[in-house]
Design a protein around this ligand. Structure first.
Ligand code: FES
Length: 106
């Protein structure tokens, strides 16, 4: 079943979008025409898919990989509690209804 999520764009405007089970969060954002470069295609090596999730969502997702932490720490607007690479966030039913905020462009 697809998730319904709220995406806040870089101008601060919210929209509701569908996140299909076979997509990573990055793919869902890109396929819904949000301006995510995702230049590495989802291999955790560019940080252009940087988003903010609610702190309780981030803590429920489990540990970030070393690669992800390293990239995020160098990313524009890094926030230790809320930053994630959206290409590293797999679809899960428990993520229905979350809010995703696009990080500043790299
Ligand atoms: S798409 Fe490059 S790190 Fe996510």
């Amino acid at each position: 079943m697809s998730n319904n999520i709220t995406v806040i764009d870089r101008a601060g405007s919210p929209s509701q979008v569908e996140w299909e089970p076979e997509q990573t969060l990055m793919e869902a954002l890109r396929d819904n025409d949000f301006p995510l470069l995702a230049s590495c295609g989802g291999t955790a090596s560019c940080a252009t898919c940087h988003v903010y999730l609610e702190p309780q969502v981030v803590s429920g997702l489990g540990e970030r990989s070393e690669d992800e932490i390293e990239l995020l720490e160098e990313a524009e607007g890094f926030d230790a509690e809320t930053s994630r690479l959206s290409c590293q966030v797999a679809h899960a039913q428990s993520l229905d209804g979350i809010t995703v905020t696009l990080a500043p462009e790299e």
